[in-house]
Design a binder for this molecule. Structure first.
Ligand code: SF4
Length: 247
């Protein structure tokens, strides 16, 4: 896409270490169609918020951090939901690739199709698997999981490497049954290189108060990181038992 498309971003984290390999500049896109009950960034939901920027200008700004990226790092487009601004995302990814930057797409897959050009400029996808069961997915996000399934099918066709991430929420997804369901689901995903369980935390609660939005998981405690790590071992054991050592 030659056109320099503009889009809306919430913010840029210049040197992040948690969203993909190595040191990365992370761009949080503005706007998200989901309403995950555990979301800690409700300030990214509104499509009208944030700041407008052209894709080329964004890429040039990100390229300034290139000396810090080393061999493994690069840029990560996160959100919000970056797939909700597909033309801007595609243009930003393409501009970053022209500048020699490694590109990650951190997404819940909540877009509307036409992913081929986007994935052609994406080196790695970080897929946030909200849930693997349609009713639970809807209860947790307020939306149908068909969009995520469509994105997964596009990823399979494109052959882009995938890291899976999943938030473990006490009382919702911290059971053996839930973990085994996740393991079975992950085994069917394409090109999986890594699976990370992330402990639910409550660091975003104050944002809900500031926005005047009732907190959806009031009363749910944060997930104990050690317990989450134990669930991760359980998950790996289940996947490796079924696949003969996929992870
Ligand atoms: S997809 Fe991300 S930004 Fe959107 S509601 Fe869910 S956690 Fe929040």
């Amino acid at each position: 896409m030659a056109q320099d498309v503009t889009g809306r971003i919430h913010s840029i984290e210049s040197l992040g270490a948690a969203d993909g390999p190595g040191v990365r500049a992370v761009v949080f896109f503005q706007g998200c169609p989901l309403r995950c009950r555990f979301c800690h960034n409700p300030d990214t939901w509104a499509f009208s918020g944030g700041q407008e920027i052209a894709a080329g200008a964004l890429a040039r700004r990100l390229a300034r951090f290139k000396p810090y990226f080393g061999a493994a790092g690069g840029v990560t487009f996160s959100g919000g939901e970056p797939l909700a601004q597909p033309a801007f995302l595609e243009s930003a990814l393409a501009a970053c690739k022209r500048l020699g930057l490694h590109t990650c797409l951190d997404t819940a897959g909540a877009g509307q199709g036409e992913y081929e050009a986007i994935l052609a400029h994406t080196d790695l996808v970080l897929l946030d698997v909200k849930h693997w069961q349609p009713d639970a997915y809807r209860a947790l996000t307020g939306r149908d999981m068909a969009a995520a399934e469509g994105f997964i099918a596009a990823m399979a066709a494109a052959g882009v490497p995938l890291w899976v991430r999943h938030v473990v929420v006490p009382g919702f997804t911290d059971s053996l049954k839930a973990l085994r369901g996740l393991a079975d689901y992950v085994q069917r995903l394409p090109n999986v290189q890594r699976v990370e369980l992330l402990p639910y935390h409550t660091l975003g609660v104050h944002k809900y108060a500031a926005l005047g939005i009732p907190y959806p998981l009031a009363g749910t405690p944060p997930m104990d990181p050690a317990a989450c790590a134990a669930w991760q071992e359980e998950l790996f054991a289940h996947i490796n038992h079924n696949t003969g050592g996929k992870l």
